[in-house]
Design a protein around this ligand. Structure first.
Ligand code: AMP
Ligand code: ZN
Length: 479
């Protein structure tokens, strides 16, 4: 069977389109990354996971070395300044610390590292260069230490969000300022006070506006035009509209990126999860604490819970959703764990890194139909369960691996499960697996206190652990 053609929904045209890269030897994608001032919440994880799945698919379709995925780190921002001041630490300390946690969180969620993770503070020269071009071509003006983008100078402004000027004015929470010529004009550069981070520029010591960062970093790593630009739906206006204005006017191009993709909101009781509403739970809390649902969840459980819904639809983030995800993973994992012992050796990777089945590819190629892909995993499970043949088990395992839902660690937990505890519900088995994975991670980082705490938690559930000489851990139900 031939590889299915990739179709993606393009916010720019409001249509599903065939994906045609500018250069198939270098497919280029940019996704707006985090502002590193605090723990990321699980809503922020949605674009990370969605575009990681797309990255995996593109690598499969075009070859791993032919895809460049850039996800930036915003390490200059007023929220960062305020938080560092509050905590009495330096800006650098705060951004380093937050970035470290962020990297650990996304790794736990099964996301591959992007090709490049550029930092805003390392691209100030490119930002200044773009601003200089905009001034020279009459699209920006300097006033009072600020530089502003002159919105009326770009007739096609508003094309992405398809809003009228009045709607945009209402949506942008426009700051009125004496140095602005037009209400819609937005900041490219602003002056810094003595105690604020700043860089020398032709307009005095200052710092960049938010939107210019992404124009500079995408230009530096992907060029003037590239294939895919992604982010959450809230970024369409004004952030992405402004990125387009800056990049297109600076480089004299009609397009910045050919395909614009936006994920829908992750919600809590019908409302967008956000820091400002206070209705958030962080990725870190979900992975390591009891805050949501009474105990921690593993990365694969969170990831599958996210992928059970199509990326453009809203998701309601609930405990029953996580339980459902966990039950599925443990059912699949147990079958694989038993199958590994019967048909394969655990150390041989070839059988589970074989690449995605055509069923998974077909679903994902249709605008990342991840719920369809999950349904296909369920069919793979049914086939493997009824035939128990090496081929069917391999399909399930390699599809899970491709989707970032199974790695060597989870396999190591699943494989030693002795056939015994059939009388436990899939949900309980899932919980045990999850605790074992957390304990393995704790042991790997020599966190013995945490490892013992998890052993005790399992003991309280009636589960006894045995650490074997070969490094595996087996468990059984105490009678
Ligand atoms: P922010 O830190 O708010 O700039 O968000 C970082 C990324 O997460 C952006 O792509 C946002 O669109 C996305 N995002 C923020 N909140 C949510 C949410 N509740 N659901 C889905 N995506 C979100
Ligand atoms: Zn951006």
């Amino acid at each position: 069977m031939s590889t299915p053609a990739l179709k993606i929904y393009n916010t720019l045209t409001r249509r599903k389109e065939d994906f045609r890269p500018i250069d198939p030897a270098n497919v280029r994608m940019y996704v707006c990354g985090p502002t590193v001032y605090d723990y990321a919440h699980i809503g922020n994880a949605r674009p990370l996971i969605v575009f990681d799945v797309l990255f995996r698919l593109l690598r499969h379709l075009y070859g791993a070395e032919h895809v460049t995925y850039v996800r930036n780190i915003t390490d200059v921002d007023d929220k960062i300044n305020a938080r560092a001041f509050e905590r009495g630490i330096s800006i650098r300390e705060l951004t380093e610390e937050t970035n470290k946690i962020f990297q650990a969180d996304v790794k736990a969620l099964g996301c591959l590292e992007p090709t490049v993770q550029p930092r805003a503070t390392e691209h100030i020269a490119q930002m200044i260069a773009i601003i200089e071009r905009l001034i020279a071509s009459g699209h920006a003006y300097a006033a009072d230490g600020h530089v502003l983008f002159d919105v009326p100078s770009m007739p096609s402004y508003g094309r992405l969000s398809r809003r009228s000027l009045d709607e945009m004015l209402a949506g942008a929470r426009v700051d009125v300022a004496p140095y602005k010529r037009g209400d819609m004009d937005f900041v490219l550069w602003k002056p810094s006070k003595e105690n604020e981070p700043g860089w020398d520029s032709p307009w005095g010591r200052g710092r960049p506006g938010w939107h210019i960062e992404c124009s500079a970093m995408s230009w530096a790593h992907l060029g003037e035009t590239f294939d895919i630009h992604g982010g959450g739906i809230d970024l369409v206006f004004p952030h992405h509209e402004n990125e387009i204005a800056q990049s297109c006017c600076a480089f004299g191009q009609d397009v910045m990126a050919n395909y614009w993709m936006h994920n829908g909101f992750l919600q809590v009781e019908g409302e967008k999860m956000s820091k400002s509403l206070g209705n958030f739970v962080t990725i870190h809390e979900l992975l390591h604490t009891e805050k949501f649902g009474g105990h921690p969840w593993t990365g694969p459980v969170l990831r599958l819970a996210m992928l059970m819904t199509h990326y453009r639809h809203p998701i309601d983030w609930t405990v029953p959703r996580l339980r459902e995800s966990r039950a599925l993973l443990s059912k699949w994992g147990k079958l694989i764990g038993v199958g590994v012992k019967e048909h394969f050796t655990f150390e041989d990777e070839w059988w589970w890194v074989a690449g995605p089945s055509v069923f998974i590819q077909e679903r994902l190629a249709d605008d990342l139909d991840s719920p369809g892909a999950v349904a296909s995993l369920s069919s793979a499970f049914d086939a493997a369960f009824s035939s128990n043949s090496p081929d069917t088990i391999r399909r399930l395992a390699s599809d899970l691996h491709f989707l970032g839902l199974m790695d060597a660690d989870s396999l190591a937990v699943w494989s030693p499960i002795e056939g015994g505890p059939n009388d436990l519900s899939p949900d309980t088995i899932g919980l045990v697996n999850q605790l074992l994975m957390s304990r393995n991670a704790a042991r790997a980082s020599k966190n013995w206190a945490e490892s013992d705490r998890i052993r005790d938690e399992l003991a309280a559930m009636g589960i006894a652990l045995k650490d074997n000489k070969d490094g595996t851990t087996t468990w059984e139900v105490k009678r």
